[in-house]
Write a protein of this length. Structure first.
Length: 370
């Protein structure tokens, strides 16, 4: 009798274990929340790391602080220290899934943030990375389910950009009028400043004045604030993005055992219940180890012949010297271009360009660059 019981018990345990590992992960979009619905449920100050485990599956979500944040960078480094425990794939913010694995565009833009740090490390360690954003077409199809229009999508994007300009440079309205300052082209139509002013008046029921733009007009709506329609629209864009992110996370949990996600911290709390439904309760880590290194990004990719000729390897970054390095092989020469990162419009400023006959000489020059 005991043997029969033991056999039944072992069979049941094996069945449950196999069922957990073979189960199909499907995200529930209805569990994704708006910012104001969960803003009081943040498990820890950003940045933090949420670790989910279910059977053989592991999901690591780094709820980051955007930009150069030491804690965020150390959390990312921790995931690439032990080659036996590297993630199988990295999911990143700001790039659409349709661009595929290891999209070259990621390396063609100049950034100083956690996203560039994470995919640079992933690329160097041989870990594939994938954008988790919807395409413009997918976004437009989902946006507001007919409540809002493409013009609304352009308007809130434009408002967000103008507000960030105001925060950084306190630009006057006149300067904005004289600049060709467009949001990304959507549906083949560019959105001009005059069109934006008309949209703004219709949406928020007041004339646009750059000097009096409030943060709450261009950020997701929060409890206790005036209900600007533009803020409600912005909340809806966030929900659509997060619903798509949840879908991509689920898809990759079906393909890989360990998935690393690096996204802004507010995304994690808005995804809280969808991820809980997928993976159960996470373990929250508030601080990385003090001795975790932060790698100099300009030194990671530059010593490889393969990377000198690869589309993915042509833009390298060095935060300590605040420069960007473009190394491209053309025929029998290596062209090394060095740019200074500038604050105005987040543009590069060209410093110099050198040509070298060998990769060794290019690397030697770079190592001595001041």
């Amino acid at each position: 009798m005991k043997k029969i019981f033991l056999f039944v018990f072992v069979t049941l345990v094996l069945f449950l274990a196999l069922n957990i590992n073979a189960q199909k992960f499907v995200a529930n979009p209805d569990l994704v929340k708006l910012t104001h619905e969960v803003e009081d449920e943040i498990p820890a100050p950003h940045p933090y790391k949420a670790i989910y485990k279910k059977g053989k599956k592991e999901l690591v979500f780094i709820a980051s602080v955007h930009g150069y944040n030491k804690k965020t960078f150390k959390f990312i480094t921790e995931e690439f220290l032990d080659s036996k425990n590297f993630p199988d794939i990295l999911l990143i913010e700001g790039i659409s899934k349709e661009e595929g694995l290891n999209p070259g565009r990621a390396f063609s833009s100049v950034m100083r943030d956690e996203r560039s740090y994470s995919y640079t490390l992933a690329f160097q360690k041989g870990v594939p990375f994938l954008g988790a954003e919807p395409s413009n077409e997918e976004f437009i199809t989902s946006y507001g389910e007919g409540i809002y229009t493409v013009e609304d999508l352009q308007g809130i994007g434009f408002l967000d950009r103008l507000f960030r300009q105001k925060m950084s440079f306190d630009m006057a309205t006149k300067n904005l009028e004289n600049s060709r300052f467009y949001i990304e082209e959507i549906s083949g139509k560019m959105f001009t400043y005059d069109e934006f002013k008309s949209w703004y008046y219709k949406t928020n029921e007041k004339e646009f004045d750059m000097e009096n733009v409030e943060k709450k007009e261009s950020f997701p709506f929060r409890k206790g604030e005036k209900e600007y329609k533009s803020a409600l629209m912005r909340s809806e864009t966030g929900r659509i993005r997060n619903q798509y992110i949840a879908k991509i996370i689920a898809e990759n949990l079906n393909k890989y055992n360990k998935v690393l996600v690096v996204y802004g911290g507010h995304h994690h709390v808005e995804l809280k219940y969808a991820l809980l439904d997928l993976m159960g309760e996470p373990e929250i880590t508030e601080n990385p180890s003090d001795d975790t290194p932060i790698y100099r990004m300009g030194k990671i990719l530059i010593f490889s012949e393969k990377n000198a000729t690869s589309t993915n390897g042509k833009v390298l970054q060095d935060k300590e010297r605040d420069i960007d390095i473009h190394l491209i092989k053309e025929r029998n020469k290596y062209i090394l271009s060095i740019y200074k990162y500038g604050r105005i419009f987040n543009q590069d400023f060209f410093i110099e360009q050198k040509k070298f006959k060998t990769l060794k000489k290019a690397n030697k020059y770079l190592s001595n660059f001041e």
